[in-house]
Design a protein around this ligand. Structure first.
Ligand SMILES: [Fe+2]
Ligand SMILES: [Fe+2]
Length: 171
């Protein structure tokens, strides 16, 4: 059984993961409008991954006898000045999510909820990957350029990303 404080914070994080999905889907739509379909694909995969994160919280709350409470999801921005600006926002957003996860770990330890702490460690590791993958694209954009041939090259690379749903029982 999870306590009230953990339940409330986990429900907030469930909402934050859904917002992440919304944000990346909105970025995907933006890339569609400027005909960068590889970028759009990358963001669409990222949006799907965020839904998996949200469902991990959903399932964990249920499994521990808690109550899932869904709240309104904030409206994400719909346009960015450039691909670089969009990825810089994605990177900043992931840094914010990392600090939210760290706060949840602090709370779980304070409440002596070891099962929650153990569950959260997956997210601690995942956030390292999330920040690194957004930063990798930022570095490519800075190196190859935010327009022209360099941008086209990165677009082709980002078109390769495939979303793989988690294996059954691990979602
Ligand atoms: Fe996430
Ligand atoms: Fe990831």
């Amino acid at each position: 059984m999870i306590n009230e404080k953990i339940q409330a914070s986990f429900n907030e994080q469930l909402n934050a993961e859904l917002y992440s999905s919304y944000l990346y889907l909105s970025m995907s739509a933006y890339f569609e409008t400027i005909n960068l379909l590889g970028f759009a694909n990358w963001m669409r995969c990222q949006a799907q991954e965020e839904l998996v994160h949200a469902m991990k919280f959903y399932n964990f709350i249920c499994e521990r006898g808690g109550a899932v409470k869904l709240a309104a999801i904030d409206c994400p921005p719909t346009a960015w000045q450039s691909p670089l600006h969009a990825f810089e926002e994605a990177y900043r957003h992931e840094q914010k999510v990392t600090s939210l996860i760290n706060d949840l770990v602090d709370l779980a330890l304070k409440e002596k909820d070891h099962a929650s702490n153990n569950f959260l460690q997956w997210f601690v590791a995942e956030q390292v990957e999330e920040e690194a993958s957004a930063d990798k694209v930022i570095q490519s954009l800075k190196l190859a350029g935010d327009q022209g041939g360099g941008l086209f090259m990165i677009d082709r690379e980002l078109a390769q990303r495939v979303f793989t749903p988690p294996p059954e029982g691990q979602e």
